[in-house]
Design a protein around this ligand. Sequence first.
Ligand code: AVJ
Length: 339
Amino acid sequence: MDLSVAVQKRASSARWAFLRDVIAGLRTRPKCLPCKYFYDQRGSELFDRICQLDEYYLTRAELALMDQFAPEMGAQIGPDAMLVEYGSGSSVKTRYLLDGLPDLAAYVPVDISGEHLEQTARELARDYPRIEVLPVCADFTQDFALPRSLRTATHSAVYFPGSTIGNFLPSRAAELLRRITQMCGPGGGLLIGIDLKKDTATIEAAYNDRLGVTAEFNLNLLLRINRELGADFDLGQFFHRARYNSELGRVEMYLVSRRAQVVTCGGKTIEFGRGEAICTEYSHKYTVGEFAAVAAAAGLTLHREWTDKNRRFAVLHFAVLPSAVLSGAVVSRSQPSTT
Ligand code: AVJ
């Protein structure tokens, strides 16, 4: 099979998976859509703008931690590692880490947004000529193969910043962490960013910015479904809503129908009642203790924690427990996010 055929096949199977997930999600009650589909080219750009918003404290808090503690984090990861980043996006935070990791065997950014990934990988390869950059376009909730590096790595370390793990229900997060444990093996580690529990007002402001960028990011999902799946969502007839559910410790993001309406997608009709909501994203918040408990169940032990003085955000380093690898805990397949 020549390359263009292979690329087309991958694109069409990705489109089928997208269509299948959208139809399945819109047939569920309450309706939901997997948040991983936010990140088309436009969605990735909008997300980068969210990260620069005054209200979106997460990125600033995490960047400040990286700026201050990257050398300590690098020391935890150790020399001759293959650094695998989950959901690399624009790899802004990674640069701090790469600056402090002189003996990296290779850097493997993994992202679902292909174009964005290629561009970022090119820029990184240019700026870090001594590091081999091996991008992998994949959905990290599914199995994917690690590429071979020119230099032999003694161990793998997963970097999972941005509190993306918050998109998963705690049970799904545990499954994903278990896969990370298995992938890294003995001597491996995980450096992960976690948004911490805090007052509702601060959290809700971060997901309801004054400029409406988060609303646009949320609505862009419908635009993508229209464009890629030939649906006919009227964007003016849905609005953005984000609430912090303090009982479950998560932000719940919705697209709410302004009126009763019928939408067609993939030859199917979907009915909406007035005020009916599609859940598009959960963003779970943890205490360090809560998250360490989830990770412990996945065979990871907390080695170091870095938090800002307001305790808004934490970067945590976990080591793979040797017993977790030896026992070869059964790894089950993670389902797509939100649900
Ligand atoms: C990329 C998943 C960490 O949950 O805060 C930002 C995505 N959604 N604003 C988050 C997001 C709305 C973000 N994560």
